[in-house]
Ligand binder design. Structure first.
Ligand code: ZN
Ligand code: ZN
Length: 290
């Protein structure tokens, strides 16, 4: 295995194609922030934007990813539901859909069966796969552990409820400006920073661990996504709730989870053991062992 495996191109199967007509609403949403020219930008809308961006980023990374996909800590049933609902306010589809596809990504990273490898094209890994008919459904067997909760199945099937709830709330708090900036602009930005973990974090950055995929560590992606940029660490040891393995690897999602564990909401927060942190390394970085 080379330090940076040559990203040979993988050919997408004929059914791995974007459904352009059905993607029009998604594409049009990207232009909605232009209407801020008419609504103006109020202070309330700016505050809403910051709260809904960083707040939802936490729910996406701590919820969809570290909890529902990887079970890297434990939650009681009510906080589990709140985490799922909060994650779904990001308009990234149902919690079971998200986690089932993500588990596929780890099982088949950067092979033909990976749903979103950048070896099938950067834009495919970033957003194309989400707009393809092929991945509208998910393999329920992959997510049986959470599929047994009827409340999660309910909001997974009705994945519009959470984003609509947030959108209406933003309108009630901040009017049109609050809706456009605090909900729509924030949602578009949140989509693309989340998607960077699937695209850029497999293309750009450094590799510390000799994983069987193209995952990278990137401070830039980590800062934009609340700690998800330490993606090579994460592929090396998925079970950890902490993705920044060392103190200088900023991982704000983990810091919040740590605080929640101190008040007893989060339990069994999993850490990377030393044997994991110091093994399987490519040796491109000089690190002190303790
Ligand atoms: Zn993962
Ligand atoms: Zn990955």
């Amino acid at each position: 295995m080379h330090k940076y495996p040559k990203p040979t191109h993988l050919v997408r199967t004929p059914d791995e194609r974007v459904n352009w007509p059905q993607s029009i609403p998604f594409l049009l949403l990207h232009f909605l922030p232009i209407t801020l020219i008419f609504t103006g930008i109020s202070t309330t809308a700016v505050v809403l934007f910051l709260v809904t961006y960083f707040g939802r980023m936490f729910f996406v990374t701590a919820g969809y990813h570290r909890y529902f996909s990887h079970k890297s800590y434990k939650l009681a049933r009510v906080p589990q539901f709140i985490m799922a609902f909060g994650a779904e306010t990001s308009a990234q589809k149902g919690v079971l859909w998200w986690a089932a596809h993500h588990r596929n990504h780890h099982q088949f990273s950067d092979t033909e069966r990976d749903v979103h490898s950048p070896r099938k094209g950067f834009w495919w890994s970033h957003v194309g796969w989400i707009l393809a008919d092929k991945f509208k459904a998910y393999d329920a067997d992959r997510i049986r552990d959470f599929g047994k909760y009827p409340e999660l199945v309910f909001i997974d099937k009705r994945d519009w409820i959470a984003p609509w709830t947030l959108g209406i709330t933003c309108y009630l708090i901040g009017g049109w400006s609050g809706l456009v900036l605090g909900f729509f602009a924030s949602t578009v930005l949140l989509w693309h920073t989340t998607f960077l973990v699937n695209s850029l974090a497999h293309v750009y950055g450094r590799r510390r661990y000799e994983t069987d995929d193209t995952s990278r560590n990137s401070l830039l992606v980590a800062l934009l996504t609340g700690g998800e940029g330490w993606h090579n660490n994460h592929h090396h040891y998925q079970a950890s709730a902490r993705q920044g393995f060392f103190w200088w690897e900023i991982d704000t999602t983990y810091y919040i989870l740590k605080l929640l564990s101190l008040v007893g909401i989060v339990k069994d927060l999993r850490q990377p053991p030393d044997r994991v942190k110091y093994s399987g390394r490519i040796g491109d970085e000089v690190l002190e062992s303790h």
